[in-house]
Design a protein around this ligand. Structure first.
Ligand SMILES: Nc1nc2c(c(=O)[nH]1)N[C@H]1C(S)=C(S)[C@@H](COP(=O)(O)O)O[C@H]1N2
Ligand SMILES: [Mo]
Length: 438
């Protein structure tokens, strides 16, 4: 099916293979910089390109690429998923267009997928009688638990935000290697499981325990069964939080195969890579875990600001913990046209890693003025927060809606892409969409 989409796009853009690449892999066409700015964007040229006047042109940052001209991708099918955009099919990585993330609780078929290797597949698809979870390392009583034994711990169900640390990577310049996520490597599903902390307490943490190390049963791309695809973890304190779960249900259904069946960790608010799927072992470590993708530039950022493209020494990199404040406009879908005088209902979600959201604002005049949106409390800690606002756009023409969240510590989303880092993590620039009043 991925091939089918590629074939269709190659046909459609036969004379412009870069355009096809852009649609397929989310790469920006050459004439558009990745930061979303254009050279020589006078009002006349933009008005023609947008087929509409721009009432707030005087506020428009020079060179900003109108949101209406940014790439879009068609809805696309992978089994069990609806409308996700595939960034890579080996391993499978697919993100959800913002307008399909409108639900307060992300349905399973709309949750992004990020795989570093091949899911274990049929071995655990239906029969989990052989499946076991091992907890060993710096514990007094190493445990080997079946799913039934695990289910005897106290159950918890929480809506938890899960975001890939690389969400937004496509915005960095120079481009960072890796999946060119735009906005949709985020979801907030409801997970049922037990507290990882309860299981670790049962195993009895030694004083020497400082970090967790998770191992899943997915297969490394090399095909070598002894090589873990990724093995990350967190400081013990994060693992012991009430909302860090060992989960076997997602929205009331057994975890889908792509999301870690039969068991996964959910470490809400931290890079998705700390939420190991197809979990089979927790190695409690006496040092910061050093499994694959714990070191180098993986899920680590410079300790200080660096100029784009800088080669940063290993010892100056630090592990990403809580993710930054961020939000999405999930309604309307970008490029909406409305009639003059019509009320525009704008909706979305906001989240802030370990923090919560205190304010949500929207602008339709390129940031000159901001309107407070109504913001809901999270359904539980670590759930994203729904917001909405009704707008009346003053006259005919092209508008952009910009959404800006402020977290509980007063930190706001930046308008432009924040500090560059070698692997393109933590881009929490504001989301903006295009609306034309006709
Ligand atoms: N075993 C295993 N766990 C994994 C991964 C993986 O490749 N293998 N990918 C991680 C990354 S980088 C992310 S962002 C999340 C994505 O979870 P999802 O696919 O359920 O959205 O899973 C994490 N857990
Ligand atoms: Mo990720």
């Amino acid at each position: 099916m991925i091939q089918k989409k590629e074939r269709r796009l190659r046909e459609l853009y036969a004379s412009d293979p870069e355009k096809a690449d852009a649609e397929l892999w989310g790469r920006a066409p050459e004439n558009i910089s990745r930061r979303g700015f254009l050279k020589n964007s006078g009002i006349a040229a933009l008005t023609v390109a947008l087929s509409a006047p721009i009432p707030f042109f005087k506020n428009m940052p020079a060179g900003l690429i109108p949101a209406a001209l940014a790439n879009t991708s068609d809805d696309f099918e992978i089994p069990g998923k609806h409308g996700l955009v595939v960034l890579n099919d080996r391993p499978l990585n697919a993100e959800t267009p913002p307008h399909l993330l409108d639900d307060s609780i992300t349905p399973n078929d709309r949750h992004f997928v990020r795989n570093n290797g091949y899911p274990p597949g049929s071995a655990y698809d239906t029969d989990t009688s052989e499946w076991k979870l091992t907890i060993d390392g710096e514990v007094h009583r190493p445990l080997t638990l079946s799913l039934d034994q695990l289910k005897r711990f106290k159950l918890s169900t929480y809506a938890l935000q899960l975001e890939c640390g690389g969400n937004g990577r496509a915005g960095f310049n120079p481009p960072a290697k890796g999946n060119q996520w735009t906005f949709g490597a985020i979801g907030c599903a409801r997970y049922t499981g037990v507290r990882l902390g309860d299981v670790l307490r049962e195993a009895g943490l030694k004083d020497s325990a400082v970090y967790t190390g998770y191992y899943g049963s997915d297969l490394h791309l090399s095909g070598n069964p002894d090589k873990p695809t990724i093995s990350r973890g967190t400081p013990i304190a994060k693992a012991m939080e009430d909302h860090t779960l060992l989960a076997w249900e997602m929205n009331g259904k057994p975890l889908p195969a792509l999301h870690g069946y039969p068991l996964r960790v959910v470490t809400p608010g931290w890079p998705g890579s700390t939420s190991a799927k197809w979990l089979k072992r927790i190695w409690v470590r006496d040092r910061v875990h050093d499994g694959p993708k714990m070191g180098g530039t993986s899920y680590r950022v410079p300790k200080y600001n660096v100029a784009p493209g800088t080669k940063v020494p290993e010892e100056d990199m630090q592990i990403i913990e809580s993710l930054p404040v961020k939000s999405l406009i999930t309604q309307p879908k970008t490029r909406l046209q409305i009639k003059k005088g019509q009320t525009l209902k704008v909706k979305g979600h906001a989240w802030a890693g370990d923090r919560s959201i205190s304010h949500m604002h929207v602008s339709y005049d390129f940031g000159a003025t901001w309107i407070a949106a109504s913001l809901k409390e999270p359904v539980n800690k670590y759930a994203w927060q729904d917001w909405q606002v009704d707008l009346k756009l003053p006259e005919r023409g092209y508008y952009e809606l910009w959404a800006r969240a402020t977290d509980s510590a007063g930190v706001m989303q930046p308008m432009v892409v924040p500090g560059w880092n070698p692997k393109g993590y933590l881009n929490n620039a504001m989301h903006r969409i295009a609306v034309t009043v006709v």
